[in-house]
Design a protein around this ligand. Structure first.
Ligand code: HEC
Length: 140
């Protein structure tokens, strides 16, 4: 006796909303209906550390500071190139990391030599952004 092949169809629908991808696969087999729904997050997890190099531009730091030797030539604020070499000896009692952190959070607390009378604004950064900026500047 011959049997006709089972009727099967697959419907795939994808909906992208707010970074969520919802894909539903519905297959119809004789006497069975299977619905599989997969939900995947299309955006990286929010716990991913922000990128210091990206923040340096996004927060406007790079409009005043250069973080490379070349960029520093065309910026009016002190160069942050190789900041790690001097950050630890700027203020007694503060190591390089503490100094860079303080320079960003409370720019007026210590005035770096070579500021040329310019002042740095206090820019809003959250903890994760601060960590990323400090790490970035200390490896430049
Ligand atoms: C409007 C210009 C301006 C912007 C924007 C700016 N700065 Fe500054 N920054 C300065 C000036 C001027 C100084 C030197 C005076 C001082 O120490 O406050 C300085 C000093 C610093 C120092 C200390 C440098 C040293 O050699 O000791 C660090 C670190 C620093 N800025 C990081 C940042 C970061 C990170 C950002 C972005 C979140 C930023 N700055 C945005 C003008 C700016």
């Amino acid at each position: 006796m011959t049997r006709s092949p089972p009727f099967a169809s697959v419907a795939l629908s994808a909906l992208v909303a707010g970074g969520l991808v919802v894909a539903s696969v519905i297959s119809f087999m004789p006497n069975t209906v299977t619905v599989t729904t997969a939900v995947a997050n299309a955006t990286p997890p929010s716990s991913a550390a922000p990128d210091g190099a990206v923040l340096f531009r996004a927060k406007g730091c790079s409009s005043c500071h250069g973080s490379t030797e070349e960029d520093s030539r065309s910026r009016s604020a002190p160069s942050l190139f190789r900041l790690a070499d001097r950050a630890g000896s700027r203020v007694e009692g503060l190591d390089a990391e503490q100094y860079v952190r303080a320079s960003i959070l409370t720019p007026q607390a210590y005035l770096a030599a070579g500021s040329g009378g310019l002042t740095m604004p206090t820019l809003p950064v959250d903890d994760a952004e601060l960590d990323a900026l400090v790490a970035y500047l200390l490896r430049q």
